[in-house]
Design a binder for this molecule. Structure first.
Ligand code: SF4
Length: 462
């Protein structure tokens, strides 16, 4: 008889983006539901699950590092089995199982909820060779089942779609996560209500491309419609949208951002590049001019909008002129937040065979130049907020009576924080603060009191 999974402990090391974090929460939810004890310390667990990311080379090497760490625990007798899940398992399980024979099971993305069953079987049977569970990805994307949330109670990610149809030439995500499958509107709404009932006050919408939401289900881009309905969920206070595609951010979406109650005036539009020839080869279906128009429209219609973007430097064939065009655009647009990635060849993508390749040293220099220039923009913008008032939510206590908070202008994990000093505060609380000091990407503030709950709050209370 197999031993009851109730006696086993499972710990998770999750890497990558918020989309992967939701998968981690689903795996943990399934584990808790089937009786596993979920523990925070891998060294205390029977099974360590490594939920991997395979977005770019740096993410893959971070994932490999985490797998090796888990295997070292197993070798030292501190855990009994290692299971690898997530994008890397989905894409590379067959190759990697030879390189990493100590991994007991590889579980792909089709059904992470099966992972606890696989883990229980592994503990019982010690299979050799390791289990590989890679089923075809489901054709639609509905209810994801119970989640054991790893975010603080007051905010949660709502994944509104899975997969992507955009097929940007450099990106392996469509190969890993499949085509776009939107979550039906009523399922999104039900999940949002459930999360709100569980204490969530800030709902963060994610997908590979949130602006394409609904295209597969309803025949048209439906993010504005979804936002309108989510705003009616009473307990929610802020709604934030991440990962929008500039080519799909149409006038209706701009209007929705300007007018939907509770929607944070925070627009995350990864532009990736700003040189037209590079944008075309990347398959981004937009131009410098169109993106400049979007930035102008957003700023004209939403004066307090905060813009976040990401760029990819060193794409094959990126010339000095292309790079100069990117830098010029970034200097012009002055994004409030920016992340830069160095291009890496991903097998199976059209870009992987494109030439000429930009030498790695040049890619690194370009990355550093973008980040260096952006730092000056970001620090100036942060400093300009000193003396203003804004509403923040307190995420966690840092020390004594100081908390790490965020306003509508900061998304969790990717942006800076606002360190708030005050009395009688607690995590999850919304309050008005006055910004007193800038510290690089971060800010300091002092509390001015609880904010009244207003349904029509969009941005800062300045
Ligand atoms: S929009 Fe492009 S970069 Fe983003 S996930 Fe889809 S294919 Fe990849």
């Amino acid at each position: 008889m197999p031993r009851s999974p109730r006696r086993h402990k499972l710990a998770m090391i999750s890497l990558g983006c918020a989309k992967n974090e939701v998968d981690a929460e689903r795996i943990l939810g399934a584990a808790a539901e089937s009786g596993w004890i979920v523990c925070g310390n891998p060294a205390d667990a029977d099974v360590v699950v490594v939920n991997t990311c395979a977005f770019i080379a740096a993410a893959k090497s971070e994932s490999l590092g985490a797998i090796h760490e888990a295997l070292a625990l197993k070798a030292a007798g501190q855990c009994r089995a290692v299971v690898v899940a997530g994008c890397m398992a989905q894409r590379y399980a067959r190759e990697l199982r030879r390189e990493l024979p100590g991994v007991d099971a590889w579980v792909g993305l089709a059904d992470p909820r099966q992972l606890p069953t696989v883990a229980a079987a592994v503990l019982e049977d010690r299979p050799d060779p390791p289990v590989i569970r890679l089923r075809p990805l489901p054709k639609d994307f509905g209810d994801e089942g119970p989640r054991l949330r790893v975010t603080p109670k007051h905010y949660a990610y709502l994944r509104i779609a899975e997969g992507c149809d955009n097929c940007c030439a450099y990106c392996a995500i469509p190969l890993i996560r499949g085509p776009l499958r939107s979550k039906p509107l009523e399922v999104c709404l039900g999940e949002a209500r459930q999360l709100a009932a569980d204490g969530c006050r800030e709902l963060i919408l994610i997908a590979q491309d949130t602006t394409n939401y609904g295209l597969d289900l309803y025949g048209h881009r439906s993010l504005p419609m979804l936002l309108d309905q989510l705003a009616a969920v009473d307990e929610l206070r802020w709604i934030r949208v991440l990962y929008s595609h500039p080519a799909h951010f149409d006038d209706a979406t701009v209007e929705a951002f300007a007018s939907t109650p509770k929607l944070c005036h925070y627009v995350d539009i990864p532009i990736q590049h700003a040189s037209d020839p590079v944008l075309e080869r990347m398959g981004r279906h937009t131009t410098r001019e169109a993106m400049a128009g979007l930035v102008e429209r957003l700023r004209a219609q939403i004066p307090d909008v905060v813009l976040r973007t990401t760029v990819l430097v060193g794409y094959p064939g990126e010339t000095e002129e292309d790079f100069a065009a990117l830098v010029e655009f970034l200097q012009w647009a002055e994004f409030d937040r920016l992340g830069a990635f160095v291009y890496s060849e991903e097998e199976g993508t059209p870009a992987a065979t494109e030439e000429p390749i930009v030498p790695e040293g040049v890619r690194a220099v370009r990355h550093d130049e973008v980040m260096h220039r952006q730092q000056a923009i970001a620090f100036r913008k942060t400093a300009a907020r000193v003396g203003s008032a804004t509403e923040v939510v307190l995420d966690r206590r840092l020390a004594g009576s100081t908390f790490a908070g965020r306003s509508y202008a900061e998304a969790p994990d990717v942006d800076g924080v606002i360190r708030v000093a005050g009395r009688r505060m607690k995590a999850g609380q919304f309050l008005e603060v006055e910004i007193t000091r800038a510290d690089g990407y971060d800010l300091e503030a002092r509390g001015r009191g609880k904010t009244p709950r207003r349904k029509d709050r969009h941005g800062p209370a300045t």
